[in-house]
Design a protein around this ligand. Structure first.
Ligand SMILES: *Cc1c(COP(=O)(O)O)cnc(C)c1O
Length: 419
């Protein structure tokens, strides 16, 4: 079930006042829900020594939300310098930051490695000789290629640009060892929005097999494995949730067996984004127009620049109309934004209660990869972000973009190269 009943109830109590004060559109995040999920995750994995979640910053790169994650003891998974700097801005340093990037420039490595560094997770074997200095602790991202089937969003591992190939694993760790690395981890990420816990358990088994191979061959021990993010959430009303407890149980068993037979066991790291915040966010937008041509359109004051998942991946986001939950009559409509792109639709041929101008549409599950994926195409300005706090107060945690922001990159000293 998308968006918890509790969040829906809390939101329905405050949404009119929030709209009156802040105006639409906005994303609003539920602190209670985020903390509840964080607690549940920690509880599920509590029997695994050294378990740690590194919140995937790209899912919801807001320092206010990241501070909540930090309070819960989580680190941060970053894939660019700005994300690393964002983590450091809330005083998360060193091994609380995992830097997992792809096609990385040397400048980005420099940022990642200075100011107390981070856990460096290399995406390619050629990077070993390019990084400014081999850190003591090093990790590689493993891509199993044809050995595993990927899932729908992230695709088939053979076609995926991420990670080092199976054949490169031994040479990579050998070279790192020779260059002075003393501590080791291994990472993989094969799934996105995966709802089947068995898949995540199989991924853990796969990475433990690789750890076994490398540690035996090179006589090194591994401090951690990182099984990536990709834990799914149900976006459709009737979809079952991922069973996090069964997932933890299966992984716990694998780690226990590994310890018994090998005499050491790596810690378990994870870097979930969507699972942590996805269901705990909603996009609130007002109806501004109705249009009746070959189809009926409900035009709202947000566009796909505030939430591009439906346009980009044709994914479903549940929608309800505030105060009109079960009202009749209903109609089949496309819910659209204002961009000159026909994919700028939040819902296609959706059965919804009839609306009037100024009705509020609540678009569910926008807490991850929502605002973060926003863009400025067509001069669209990204909306604000609000936090519904545990005491029911509402805090502005990012303002909306202004025309000045849109013009910001056009103000510069004249620079003309004569050639
Ligand atoms: C995107 C990403 C994540 C987070 O993915 P979710 O599906 O949000 O859990 C974690 N790790 C890496 C390397 C990623 O690219």
């Amino acid at each position: 079930m998308p968006m918890s009943k509790d969040f829906r109830k809390r939101l329905s109590h405050v949404v009119s006042k929030a709209v009156e004060h802040f105006g639409t559109p906005f994303h609003i995040y539920d602190e209670k829900g985020i903390r509840k999920t964080g607690k549940a995750l920690k509880h599920a994995f509590s029997k695994i020594d050294g378990f740690k979640e590194f919140f995937a910053v790209k899912a919801l790169p807001n320092p206010r939300i990241m501070s909540i994650m930090k309070e819960m003891g989580f680190g941060f998974d970053c894939s660019s310098s700005p994300e690393v700097l964002l983590s450091r801005s809330i005083k998360s340093f060193g091994e609380n930051i995992m830097f997992t990037s792809n096609n990385t420039s040397i400048n980005e490595f420099s940022t990642a490695l200075d100011d107390n560094g981070c856990i460096l997770n290399l995406d390619d074997i050629s990077l070993i000789s390019k990084i400014p200095k081999m850190p003591e602790l090093i990790c590689f991202r493993y891509n199993p290629g044809p050995r595993r089937k990927g899932n729908k969003i992230i695709g088939n591992p053979v076609e995926s640009k991420y990670g080092i190939s199976h054949e490169q694993v031994l040479p990579a760790y050998k070279e790192a060892l020779e260059k002075g690395a003393k501590r080791f981890g291994m990472h993989t990420m094969l799934a996105s929005n995966e709802l089947n816990h068995e898949y995540m358990i199989e991924t853990t088994k796969m990475i433990l097999d690789m750890v076994d191979l490398v540690s035996t061959e090179l006589n090194i021990k591994f401090e951690f494995i990182n099984i990536g993010g990709g834990l799914g959430i149900p976006y459709q009303p009737e979809q079952p949730s991922l069973n996090i407890d069964l997932m933890a149980k299966g992984i716990e068993e694998l780690l226990n067996n590994f310890k018994t037979s090998k005499g050491f066991v790596p810690k378990l790291f994870m870097e979930s984004g969507r699972y942590m915040t996805g269901p705990h966010g909603a996009l609130v937008t007002s109806v501004i127009n109705h249009k009746n041509i070959y189809r009926k359109y409900v035009g709202v004051d947000a566009s796909m620049s505030a939430l591009m998942r439906p346009g980009m991946y044709e994914t479903y986001h549940h929608i309800h109309i505030h105060g009109k939950d079960k009202s009749l009559p209903r109609e089949k409509v496309d819910v659209t934004g204002s961009l000159c792109e026909n994919i700028d639709k939040f819902a296609i041929q959706r059965d919804l209660p009839e609306t009037k101008v100024n009705d509020l549409l609540i678009i569910h599950d926008t807490g991850a990869h929502g605002h973060a994926m926003g863009f400025n195409y067509n001069g669209s300005l990204r909306p604000k972000e609000l936090l519904l706090r545990e005491d029911n107060s509402i805090e502005l945690i990012r303002r909306e973009e202004s025309i000045d922001d849109y013009f910001a990159t056009l103000g510069f000293e004249p620079d003309k190269l004569m050639v």
